[in-house]
Design a protein around this ligand. Structure first.
Ligand code: FAD
Ligand code: MLT
Ligand code: ZN
Length: 466
């Protein structure tokens, strides 16, 4: 058997039951959530702690065997599963240790395999809250979210994952360990490991633990779902920033996306778009505070002309019914088929141009476009499907068209001063288009950092590399 001694040694490090070589046991780690990316792993290795993680990496490096770090496997850019055969999947889910909440510091230390949902539970048990939330909360891990610099719905208030990481510990492929969980908000001693590792997509080191920020738990909520033309949505965002100190989310659903969510959920939205009249957009606004924010939200809506229809809720069940259309969007789209996903962003004011260029690129190739995203960050998830196969089912975009389609949209977004990756990462999906948003000298400097930290080049090869 190829690599027999490697597998024996890995079993010696983590225990034989945590080196999965059987095809059935490997399967769930080999295909990503989108079902677009798949590769056979040499083995799935499941370390139980930081020391085992470092030892596994050093052993793989000795044989030059590439390693794919994996958390919840909910990533969307093909970076969490093997490419081709012969890679080791390093599953970090067993590192699920939860430290004690430090209430005075507003922090907690968590193993890399703790889920986003568990982070919130731990925070709330201490009367605090977690500042990051998104639909994959029950599977996505804090290690994976740090590695992708995940965003989600609360970025408008608290920033992306990068802003929450007060400390990190990671294993390098050399077997070295870097970083700490001291969590000092003020410390200027040179290189800052959280800054370097957040967004590195498993290419520089494997995160074993993080120290994360906790925020106040606002128990009074109000939400509004409104239908309006896209330029008015941009105006609404400006008003929200001025008038809503407790704004917690400003999310975007284009009308075609709302149709998909409504069909999947089997529910008619309480507000109506009218695409023929230019009312093509839904915006979901949420406010959260210690006092009831309903009145401030209503006043903000009243300050904007051009809202065609709106619904508000302040009770938990009513809010959940509005939020569900947006929160379950990714799941709804996946019932249509396997979409080509492009996660792009520009300044919010340029969203009408971004949507228009995506529509042109899709319609000129006969593709179906389902756009939604995060209004506050000008972040659109461009989901593209191929020809209809029947009611509610589409083929994937024809592989012969996919590259040209992606290139046209990504080039267009870069031309708007935007980015090819807002929150999902570059992965292998968009690696070749990195030069659209990074100069050659920047890419060379990034490659030099990678070579210094991962000299054997085993960590997630192909990811973030044009
Ligand atoms: P994985 O998918 O396992 O891995 C993602 C990347 O991180 C890979 O490059 C992997 O190699 C690396 N990695 C994983 N763990 C580690 C580690 N311990 N050390 C080093 N590298 C590691 N993302 C958003 O940003 N915002 C959203 O709103 C959002 N909504 C989503 C909704 C749904 C329904 C789904 C399925 C996904 C959504 N995502 C969203 C994408 C995804 O959930 C995030 O990218 C998440 O951060 C991935 O975490 P994970 O643990 O699943 O990582
Ligand atoms: C979301 O915002 O729901 C996600 O990032 C998931 C997706 O893009 O499919
Ligand atoms: Zn998103």
């Amino acid at each position: 058997m190829p690599h027999a001694s490697l597998l024996d040694d890995l079993a010696g490090i983590v225990g034989g039951e945590h080196v999965l070589t059987d095809a059935d046991l490997r399967a769930g780690y080999e295909t990503d959530w989108t079902r677009r990316y798949h590769g056979e792993a040499l083995a799935v290795v499941r370390p139980g702690d930081a020391e085992q993680t470092a030892a596994v990496l050093a052993r793989c490096a000795a044989d030059g065997v590439p390693v794919v770090p994996q958390g919840g496997n909910t990533g969307m850019v093909g970076a969490s599963v093997p490419r081709g055969n012969g890679m080791v999947v390093l599953s970090m889910r067993r590192l699920d240790h939860v430290g004690e909440v430090n209430a005075a510091g507003g922090q907690v230390s968590l193993g890399a395999g703790v889920t986003i949902a568990r982070w919130r539970e731990v925070a709330r048990a201490a009367g605090l809250d977690s500042p990051v939330d998104f639909g994959a909360r029950d599977s996505a891990t804090v290690g994976g979210a740090t590695a992708t610099n995940a965003g989600g719905s609360r970025v408008v208030r608290f920033g992306t994952m990068r802003s929450q990481v007060m400390g990190v510990v990671a294993a390098l492929s050399t077997g070295a360990t870097v970083g700490s969980l001291a969590g000092l908000p003020k410390e200027t001693v040179g290189l800052h490991w959280p800054s370097l590792l957040a967004g590195s997509e498993g290419t520089l080191g494997v995160i074993t633990a993080v120290r994360l920020r906790l925020v106040p738990w606002y128990r009074q909520h109000a939400a509004a779902l409104v239908a309006l033309p896209l330029p008015v949505a941009v105006e609404l965002l400006s008003v929200a920033r001025r008038q809503l100190p407790h704004l917690d989310a400003a999310e975007l659903l284009m009308a075609d996306a709302m149709d998909v969510a409504a069909a999947h959920l089997g529910r008619t939205p309480p507000v109506h778009a009218d695409q023929a009249a230019g009312v093509d957009t839904f915006v979901l606004l949420e406010c959260a505070d210690h006092d009831d924010p309903t009145a401030e939200l209503a006043e903000a809506l009243a300050a904007v002309g051009g809202i065609a229809d709106s619904a508000m809720a302040s009770d938990p069940a009513g809010i959940a019914r509005l939020v569900e259309f947006r929160d379950r969007m990714a799941e709804s789209i996946s019932t249509l088929g396997v979409p080509l996903k492009l996660d792009v962003a520009t300044q919010p004011g340029r969203l009408p141009e971004l949507i228009a260029l995506a529509e042109r690129a899709a319609s000129s190739r006969g593709c179906h476009l389902v756009p939604f995203g995060h209004l506050a960050e000008g972040n659109v998830h461009v989901n593209l499907l191929g020809e209809p196969l029947g009611p509610g089912r589409y083929a994937p975009v024809d592989p012969a068209l996919a590259d040209g389609l992606a290139e046209e949209i990504l080039t267009g977004v870069a031309g708007l001063g935007g980015t090819i990756s807002a929150e999902h990462g570059v992965g292998i999906a968009k690696a070749k288009w990195l030069p659209l948003v990074r100069r050659a000298d920047e890419l060379a400097a990034a490659a030099a950092v990678k070579a210094a930290l991962d000299p054997s080049g085993i960590l997630n090869p192909g990811v973030l590399t044009p």
